[in-house]
Structures are given as C-alpha cells and as structure tokens.
Ligand binder design. Sequence first.
Ligand SMILES: *[C@@H]1O[C@H](CO)[C@@H](O)[C@H](O)[C@H]1NC(C)=O
Ligand SMILES: *[C@@H]1O[C@H](CO)[C@@H](O)[C@H](O)[C@H]1NC(C)=O
Ligand SMILES: *[C@@H]1O[C@H](CO)[C@@H](O)[C@H](O)[C@H]1NC(C)=O
Ligand SMILES: *[C@@H]1O[C@H](CO)[C@@H](O)[C@H](O)[C@H]1NC(C)=O
Ligand SMILES: *[C@@H]1O[C@H](CO)[C@@H](O)[C@H](O)[C@H]1NC(C)=O
Ligand SMILES: *[C@@H]1O[C@H](CO)[C@@H](O)[C@H](O)[C@H]1NC(C)=O
Length: 478
Amino acid sequence: MQALRNLFVCFLLFSFLRISTTSTLDTITPSRYIRDGETLVSAGGSFELGFFSPGASEGRYLGIWYTFDTKAVVWVANRETPLGDSSGVLKVTEQGVLVLLNTSNRIVWSSNSSTTAGNPVSQLLDSGNLVVKDGNETNPDKFLWQSFDYPCDTFLPEMKLGWDSSTGLDRYVSSWRSTEDPAPGEFSLRMDRRGFPQFDTMKGAKIMATAGSWNGIYFTAYPYPPQTRENQILGYKFVLDKDEIYYEYRLLNRSMFSRYVLNPSGTAQRFTWVHQTHSWELSSTLQADQCQNYALCGAYTSCNMNVSPSCACLKGFVPKSPKDWNSGYWSGGCVRKIPLACSYGDDFLKYTGVKLPDTSSSWFDKSMSLKECKGLCLKNCSCTAYANLDIREGGTGCLLWFGNLTDIRQFNPGGGQDLYVRMAASELDGIEKKSKFNREKLLGILISSAVFLVGTLITGLILYIYGRRNSEIKESEA
Ligand SMILES: *[C@@H]1O[C@H](CO)[C@@H](O)[C@H](O)[C@H]1NC(C)=O
Ligand SMILES: *[C@@H]1O[C@H](CO)[C@@H](O)[C@H](O)[C@H]1NC(C)=O
Ligand SMILES: *[C@@H]1O[C@H](CO)[C@@H](O)[C@H](O)[C@H]1NC(C)=O
Ligand SMILES: *[C@@H]1O[C@H](CO)[C@@H](O)[C@H](O)[C@H]1NC(C)=O
Ligand SMILES: *[C@@H]1O[C@H](CO)[C@@H](O)[C@H](O)[C@H]1NC(C)=O
Ligand SMILES: *[C@@H]1O[C@H](CO)[C@@H](O)[C@H](O)[C@H]1NC(C)=O
C-alpha cells in the first residue's frame, strides 16, 4: 500500500515536472540553458526545439519540429557537426551568441551575430523562428540573429527566400543529404538574380527546374493564379526594392499549417496539415511533368505536354541539328530561318498562354508601358523578346530578354501569359500570310460545306414533299 502511494506521488511529481518544463519555456537566457532531453515550446504551442536523431542515425542534432509531429523537422542547427552523445547543451552567451556545446564544453555550432545585446535572450517564436534578441524586443529588424535567415530543407510561412543587399545575406533552401543526414545535400532552391529574379531548383550549380519569375500574382511556371490552387489558405508576397529581393508566403488562417520541403532527391513539395486525418496532405504545386525539366527543348522552342513530341521550334525557327532533333535530342534547340534585320525592320510575333523564358539574361523596368517596352527592344539588336513585367491591371512594366530564349512552355488556353518574340519582318510576313492563307482556306471550306448542306436539305425537302403528295394522291385514289 505504502509502495503504491509512493509510486502515485512519484507519478504526480513526474507529470508536474513534465508540464512545468514543456508548457512554459520558450526562452533561454545566459543564466538558463537547455540540455539534451529538454525542449523549448513556442508560446502558441506550434513548434518545439530540442535534440533529436534522424531515423536510425546515432548523431544528435539540435532542431525545430512541429509539436504535433516530431518527425517533421523544419530546421537543424548543427547540420554538419552531429554530437556523438546525449550530452549537448544549448546556451546563449552574454554577447548574444547561441552556442551548442559538447561534453568537453567545446563549441560544436554557434550562431553568428555582428552586434551584441545588453540583455540577450533567445526565443522560439510561434512561426518556428528561433531568434536572439535584446530583452523584450519585438521588431524583427532588430533581432541579433534568427534561424529564418539560415533555412535548411524547409521553407516555412513568414520566411524570406532571397537576397538582403544591406547584409549580403542570400537565404536559400538546401536539401538534406539523406533522410538520416541533415548535412546540406546536392539540391537547393534559390533565387537567381542575374536578370529579373527567378526561383530555381538546382543540383549543384546546374538548374534542374524553375518556378520562373514573379508576374505580380504568381510564378510564371504555374499555369494559373494560386487562388484556384491552394484554396486560398496562403497569401503570397514578392518584394523587389533597393534593399531586398525576396519571396514570402503567409498562412491566412492561423490554425492551419503548411510547409514547403526540398527532399533529398531534389523534389520540392508543399504539405498542408489536415486536422481531421491528423496527417500532412501533399498539395501538388508545380506540375511534375517532362516540360518542367529546365530547358528540355533548348533555345527558341516551346514545350507542350499536350502534343507529341512535346518540343517544337518557335514559329520561324528550325532545329539547329535536324538529325539530333528528329531522334529526340532536343537540347540543341532551334535557330532562325531568317536572321534578324536589326535596325532595318524587325517586328514581334505574339505568343499567348505561355510560361515566360528564363530571365537570367533579362532586363526590367517597373514603370514602362508595353509600347515603350517594344520600342526599347527594337532599339537594341540583341533584344529578342519583351513582355509585361506585371500582369495585374491589364499589364504594367517591361521585361526584355537579351540572347537566347529558353524554357518557354505552352499552357492550355486560359493559362499562362503573353510574350512577344522578335522576328525579321520578312519572316513575319510569311507567317502572317500563311495564317491568312489558312484562314481563307478554312473560310472557303466552311462556305462550301454550308452550301452543300443547305443544298442537301432543300433537295431532301423537295423529294419529301413530292413523295407525300404522290402518296396523298394515291390515298385519295384508293
Ligand atoms: C567536442 O568537440 C570538440 C570540437 O569539435 C572535439 O574536438 C571533441 O572531440 C568533442 N568531444 C566529445 C566528447 O565529443
Ligand atoms: C559569421 O560572420 C562572418 C562575418 O559576417 C562570416 O565571415 C562568417 O563566415 C560567418 N560564419 C558563419 C558560420 O556563418
Ligand atoms: C519585459 O516586459 C516585462 C513586462 O512586459 C517587464 O516586466 C520587463 O521588465 C521587460 N524586460 C525588459 C528587459 O525590457
Ligand atoms: C481556420 O481553420 C480552422 C481549422 O481548419 C477552421 O475551423 C476555421 O473555421 C478557419 N477559420 C477561418 C476564418 O477560415
Ligand atoms: C544559345 O543557344 C545555343 C544552343 O542552342 C548555345 O550553343 C549558345 O551558347 C547559347 N547562347 C547563349 C548566349 O546562351
Ligand atoms: C544592348 O543590350 C545589351 C544587354 O543589355 C548591352 O550590353 C548593349 O550595350 C546594348 N546595346 C546597345 C546598342 O544599347
């Protein structure tokens, strides 16, 4: 009986301890640190920070995961330097630096801040962001350090993906090496800001797939605006000014959870938490089809999943190497049948419903009209195409391409956007005549079919009436 009571008291104490350690602590200070086995939980209860071992790995890592799914790790501190045992300690120093220490009290990982704080604290916010700040500071611009500036394989709501010119920080997502090794793998998801920014999935230095550039509402590699896709649970933002260029998304409903993960094999997937089934649902984002492979068809082509073969030269272009092209090696692309005349009169051929070309050699202006954009393109012989920068309000701004046009994709009617491709005027005459000829031919066919149809009907009617009359006569005779 006594033993049972002791056990009961023990149990009570244990539950009390558990509650007191897990339910309140979201902050560490120089005088209060956590060790392996202890965790921080964000104030709203969404995220937890602590030590873990992925899969069968024996290494111990400091990471952040969802409280309701500890397997969904969203961030790892010591990606490349696992601890060999469960003796890790996370501290924040008097200078405001987060340090991860091993048994021998040696620093295994540390945060990196250029400024110091009078009263440094490190807090796990309910967005999943681990921050170091001075006392009660709530302004993110004044944080000394934040894990959101150093994404791992997960792009979370309220994270910025892109470039900060004041600090030179380039925030990008990088895959884990394997499901059991969080060290940076081969794949990354990052902003390419050589021209008008676009977002690429890369394998090493090679672009594998691109989400394309931002058209004011969504990325151009998506056929339709997001409202129809993500069921209006997410809000999107693309910021481009002199200080920053980044992409960010937010949850419109605070009780929903969504994460975008680049897995070890280089596939980027969005997951949304479904409360009813208590599981992550894969929301299909970019179409994972053949045309999604970067520059599959080479220069001056368009990729279309609805036709076979998927690759076709743009109008007025022919395969650079017909032999390769016909045997399915499309990456050599196409070349002009008639070279550009440059100042002697070129014009543009309009394509509708397309994904805009790779913008790595593009130029842009936010305020120019489409007409001014065309004029500017005509003035420079290496300008090969133009389009509106922003498709809202009937289209604003100017986007110009210099050099090869690659990674154009043709969407179904109703999707995609407009692109104007530069052509020699003589080539354009040919294309327009041809389509005019086709129109005339079609009209001719239509008219002759109509005449035939009407003729048949009339003949039929006459025969019918004639036949009836005959039978009526026969009936009256009978
Ligand atoms: C602690 O970390 C230091 C530096 O990385 C390393 O040299 C040492 O072997 C580690 N000690 C243990 C017990 O893992
Ligand atoms: C820390 O910051 C310095 C200067 O800003 C930089 O040179 C260094 O690479 C950074 N270290 C880490 C681990 O990020
Ligand atoms: C933080 O805020 C609390 C209450 O809002 C206050 O009591 C405390 O002194 C503040 N600490 C600092 C360092 O500003
Ligand atoms: C937010 O999501 C929760 C859970 O799915 C739902 O019950 C609630 O009605 C939503 N609220 C709004 C404003 O959409
Ligand atoms: C244009 O494309 C061709 C292949 O189609 C390639 O050889 C050439 O390097 C490309 N030029 C530029 C400037 O990208
Ligand atoms: C045409 O544009 C290219 C690329 O922006 C630039 O290097 C070149 O100087 C321009 N040429 C003229 C004549 O403006």
